[in-house]
Design a protein around this ligand. Sequence first.
Ligand SMILES: Nc1ncnc2c1ncn2[C@@H]1O[C@H](COP(=O)(O)OP(=O)(O)O)[C@@H](O)[C@H]1O
Ligand SMILES: [Mg+2]
Length: 271
Amino acid sequence: MINFKTGSIFSRKTGGEHQTPEPESDNQVLAVWGSPSSGKTVVSVKLAKYLADKRRNVVLLLCDMTTPMVPCICPPSDIEHEKSLGSILAAAQVTDNLIRQNCILHRKQSFITIIGMLKGENVFTYPSYTAEQASELIGHLRNIAPNIIVDCGSTIAGDILSAVALMESDAVLRLVSCDIKSISYLSSQLPLLMDRKWDADKQYKIASNVKQYEAMENIEQILSGVAFKIPHSQEVEQQYLAGDLFRDLGLKESRGFRKEIEKISKEVFGI
Ligand SMILES: Nc1ncnc2c1ncn2[C@@H]1O[C@H](COP(=O)(O)OP(=O)(O)O)[C@@H](O)[C@H]1O
Ligand SMILES: [Mg+2]
């Protein structure tokens, strides 16, 4: 079983692990995680855009190794410096310079630096990487920008970078959509995190993409409370369909969504 293979970051160990030290600066790494299609990428991009609109530098690390998300969040013409996350993880040692050389720049969003896989790439495009390399990457990102948002993949068991980001981030948004599959997914994945390195207190439980007719109260009960409720927005959905999530949300209908992103940013980044 891949989940519990020897030496995996999910294998149960009996001591000898040292605590990760507190970040030395005010840097803030936020990991966005949750069930598949719960809105992790939407929330990550919109949070990054919110910070950038406030003229804060932000790194958006897109961890999805099975579906490169760069082509899904902005049109190719908006991308300036097309480099890949794969080149960072392929190097024997991760350095600030290596990261800077492999960042993707957005022509219209000068405060946002994107790191992710490119169109057509998959996990086999590059050599395999270790948890140490992933950890080095997360660590070095703290030198690149004061605000770091990691859009994690859902399947942490086979996704080293997402798993390491979850462990080493300062805060985690744990997204769930209001359906039975999402609840079932999380209850199957959470035991993987009940490792001593996982600090459950750093997570914010979030009901995401909540539609009017959904049983919100039931979800709150099942999760014993949620910190934020992000409503469904048709405008967001349309931007997603158009592959352009960096656009402003201007419609009145998106007010609830915008307000919630603002609340999350205040809570997590203090901005
Ligand atoms: N708040 C929201 N309002 C409208 N649509 C949403 C919202 N959140 C997510 N979606 C939709 O849900 C789908 C999955 O979103 P995505 O961010 O890719 O999920 P994930 O990254 O968790 O797999 C997309 O079609 C997206 O438009
Ligand atoms: Mg995603």
